[in-house]
Write a protein that binds this ligand. Sequence first.
Ligand code: GLN
Length: 306
Amino acid sequence: MSLPLKELINIGAKQLKDAGVADAEIDAKELYCFMQGIDRTALMLRWQDVLQDNQCEAYFALIEKRASRAPLQHITGIQEFMGMSFEVNEKVLIPRQDTETMVEDALELMEKGTLRGQGYADSLKKGGDVLDLCCGSGAIGISIAKLAKGARVTCSDISREAIAVAEKNARLNGCKSVKFTESDMFAAFGGRLGKKKFNLIISNPPYIPPSVIACLEPEVRDHEPVMALDGGEDGLAFYRIIAKEAPEYLKKDGVLMLEIGFDQKEAVKGLLRDTGCFEKIVGLTDLTGKDRIVCAVLSKNPQKTP
Ligand code: GLN
């Protein structure tokens, strides 16, 4: 069997579409690019090529994997995030575009002290200590270390395997300064020598209720680590811990920035408000206009509730 490239990709796309893959055509092209080690521009230049038997077979083996609903990124091993390449595997959440929005907000805050153009907090302007809590692949922390001047970044996660992936990603992206700590939430930061404090705590914690996880696409439900998704019965378990404990780990005027599910803004704002430890509690949307981020500043006069 020899096939023109165009036809090969059309057949691949059709197989993916029939298997229920959302972006069948894009993925069919991406898998070809991955197989040949080329980018999309090179693909267009080769559009007239005719592929021989062994190449067609190799391509259809990749298509078959994707048709079984393994995520594209588990086949290629890579996800782009903030213009950088991150290695991913089944031990870490695949970085999402929604999360880039939060990183862009953090970068603006660290550069200008503003959030979407509005004055917000000056304490981060000259860089500072940043904690990426529940770091997974390290996408958030490593992008901040790479793109924000003066940021001293620590990435932490409860999963040793996730930390291993994040450490590798820091190396691959030339971020030597990022520190890594295996920690169940803040546990490792309250050591004997006093609590480690940060100017910015940023987190994309697990926030999906198990009942919702069961209804997600097979790529997520069957292939991504449930521990990175499962936010407990109501999805808010980790925000409760963060609301309660983050104030102890924030420096004066420190900022807390959280990714949230599209329907969690009011609940998360309420959790932060109820501690009496935060001010300027605001919600921000993602590129599709959905609520995606909640941000707050450590209050100057924390009103500890009984
Ligand atoms: N945004 C991710 C998703 O929709 C979930 C991320 C999370 O639970 N932190 O699959």
